[in-house]
Design a protein around this ligand. Sequence first.
Ligand code: HCR
Length: 425
Amino acid sequence: GKCADVPQEQKAGWASFVKSLAQMTGDLSSMTAPPWDALSLSISALRLAEAERFRVEDHAVTIHLVILSPVSLTEFPAYWCEHPELFASISEGQTEQERVERVLRWFIGTLKAQYTTRNEKMGSEKKPLNPVLGELFYGTWPDVNGRGETVLVVEQVSHHPPITPQTAYHIENKKAGVSLQGHSGQKTSFTGTAINVKQSGHAILTVQPKNGSAVETYLITLPKLRIEGIIWGSPYIELVEMSAIQSSTGYTVQIDYKGKGYFSGKAHSFKAVLTHNGNGNGNGGNGHPLQTYEGQWTGVATVGGPKGPVFLDTNIAKEEVIVKPIEEQDEWESRRLWEKVAKGIRTGDYDTAGKEKSRIENEQRQRRKDEASSGNGWAHRHFTHVDSDPEYQQLSAMLHDKLTPAHEDAYVYKGEQQQAQAQAE
Ligand code: HCR
């Protein structure tokens, strides 16, 4: 075979990982616990990561295949804003339709960062660190050219079964009058060749239009994804099925995702259709398409057909979030909390990474036990849990194709004022 001179035990590493995925199927679909715990990537993957060395015969190069990422899932909400100018400019749209188009442009512009960053930075999709309850991530994007400063607050708000682990986030540009509030979690299942990931949660975008129009809200649903390339040892993401954007102004965007071999034949493709659910005056009312947008969420998208004008070129420069140096961080802030584990993974010292990871996990277990015996549960720092989100309820009712359940819970941002108050008390 191709890897003939790769020692047997090294080849076995990835194969046995894939096998272990297959054996998980039943558990994964039935359990709400973090899927990657079920993949038992904690200890065995650390060992596996150490063992994975493939030699590509023809070029005689050694590829180190490490499936662990040194980055926690609490950092991921930053991907929503790596184009802060697209986010800020939503409120500058002159009409309702222009604003929903700007929301779509910003949303499509986030996908590349959300789903391809690990491939770009680390060579393939990796298993992120599984956040602990109460883990925090703070960041900012500076005010450049008067666009206003954007501030990100993330908190891991649930962790333990039977509740699906959820990450809550709030992103706001006060000057622009644009904010995003959401939470997300994942449920996974293995198909035999790929991992299917269903995202739970949603996001609500709130916009105060610069022209003085009334405040608008937009429900953003989260796409399903599929991790392909597992058996080849080079996992990457493809988005599948669809997601939607529903505006309080009545505009709906339905976005269909397709990979290679479908309508465009290109990987990472999408087609979005804009409709309005109002009475309509012949132009787009009652769900008739008003406009379409298509292309690749990793490349160029056009308006009104593949030959139409450019809607968005996702290759525009992105701006990574700015985070305080680790020494100045709170002990619950992600990079400080995971510092030693991350360093271990980065430097290939999986022994230390493993030990540090166990230390954190044991400490968490003890905390939960203490909380159970004292009767004082963990309190969220930045968010308040609500069983049914009224904004979600209103907007999801406007979505024609019943893409979403009628009710969903939410984690509402407490805001700075309330937090200052809580701290003073
Ligand atoms: C599925 C995934 C964890 C969740 C990650 C999410 C869905 C988190 C919310 C972000 O907004 C978007 C996002 C992007 C990531 O692509 C996705 C991760 C990809 C892999 C990871 C699995 C749990 C790890 C599986 C292990 C494989 C790669 C070996």
